[in-house]
Design a protein around this ligand. Sequence first.
Ligand code: GRF
Length: 202
Amino acid sequence: MSARLVVLVSGAGTNLQALLDACADEAYGAAVVAVGADRPGIEGLARAQRAGIPTFVLRVADYPLRADWDRALADACDGFSPDLVVSAGFMKLVGPGFLARFGGRFVNTHPALLPAFAGMHGVRDALEYGVKITGCTVFMVDSGTDTGPVVAQAAVPVRDDDDIPTLHERVKVTERALLVETVGRMVREGWSVHGRKVKVGH
Ligand code: GRF
């Protein structure tokens, strides 16, 4: 039986699309059962709708307190009984309430080699620093900003003529492949977290 994925997005949703494409093959072992967003009108939601997958939108501004939004997000995810929640370009930090319910089964993808260049501008910051190798990281979400235990990483060389868009596009090619491979291995083989160490498979 396929593992149930809820995917959270805020933008173009190309990582979501890579997961949707992978899930089309039953052997992948997972199905995207819902897509959630923090804003309406984004291509990520359109991708889900075209695939016939239920969506939900929860805007922080519509809740009196951030904790209320956090609870609503957790409730919305819970409603689809996910085995794993995947943040794929979801530009919001979740709070303690969400983590209490989904900690240990909530992964995120970041366009840099953590712990380097955490935060909203991983690609820009790597480029400005002048690193020759950057990449992407799939990690378990904890209460910090991109601080959770690392599940998988892949490297991407920086070219002399790269700017933010060209580097981000190249990172995203690797990032989509890494996310698909990592989520697939997790759902098929299982995973465990011991302190900062994540083990996929047995
Ligand atoms: C990804 O590079 C993600 O790591 C970053 O934003 C990008 C989202 O891309 N936070 P997409 O929406 O999946 O195309």
